[in-house]
Design a protein around this ligand. Sequence first.
Ligand SMILES: [Cu+2]
Length: 312
Amino acid sequence: MKGYTIAALSLAASNVSAHYIFQQLTVGSTKNAVLKYIRANSNFNQPVTDLTSTDLRCNVGANGATTETLAVKAGDKFTFDLDTPVYHQGPVSIYMSKAPGTAASYDGSGAWFKIYDWGPTFSGGSSSWTLEGSYSFAIPACIPNGDYLLRIQSLAIHNPWPAGIPQFYVSCAQITVTGGGSATPGPTALIPGAFKATDPGYTVNIYSNFNNYTVPGPAVWSCGSAGSNPVTTTSVATTPATTSSTTKPATTSAQALTSTTLSTSTRAATTSAASCSVAKYGQCGGSGFTGCTSCASGSTCNKTNEYYSQCL
Ligand SMILES: [Cu+2]
């Protein structure tokens, strides 16, 4: 049936163009090829939303056997780059899990510890998130040598629960660490299991009385003063680079200083009467967006950044 064919093509096209994925790993000065050391997924750049799924570990279809493993030194700085900068509000976190054997053969079923969170910044009654095109941190200097999965997660909470379902954008890199120490990282958690539908950081409505936030998952672990991790955030995103509430030093790029804050509203231009309507919190614009740009009454289209506008 012709209508079905068109709808299917349209869905396939949106699968390719929508959302974002962490797809490149940089260590040192080498920005490695797309999905060379990061497990390729099979769901384009769509999110995982099932809290009980093992896909939460490294994304749908992630296959270690077809992924190379990168040798790194404890303390090395690394960067995850995306195809499109993160544009959904929410925290970004970095996790690690030590493989019992090789990283390539590890399914991620063991203990995960968290080494960093980019949470929200609250100022003057509004909030902003660190939405970037790349995220950098350092391998903790004190962790034991061996193979690890290095996992990055953007938890998108732009469509508030329960009307909306938070989205997990995750990727895992495979690394072999040398030059490490003898620390025992913790607390740890299993994935799935680390994130619950009752977590305040999962259920929160960021548009209503939003003035504090706890990033879901186990507490951030670090080596302590003996092995402090330098944080460097660089970005080409149009959203603000903000620092987390940890005591680690952070630097931001000059480009970020010229950006606008998320609380800045930009009314989308509406040039004609629309016959469609986007529900509150739905997408109403952004680069490559071809859907309805007219918001349901009671909400207006606000530009988050070049890639995403939302009815608020
Ligand atoms: Cu999305």
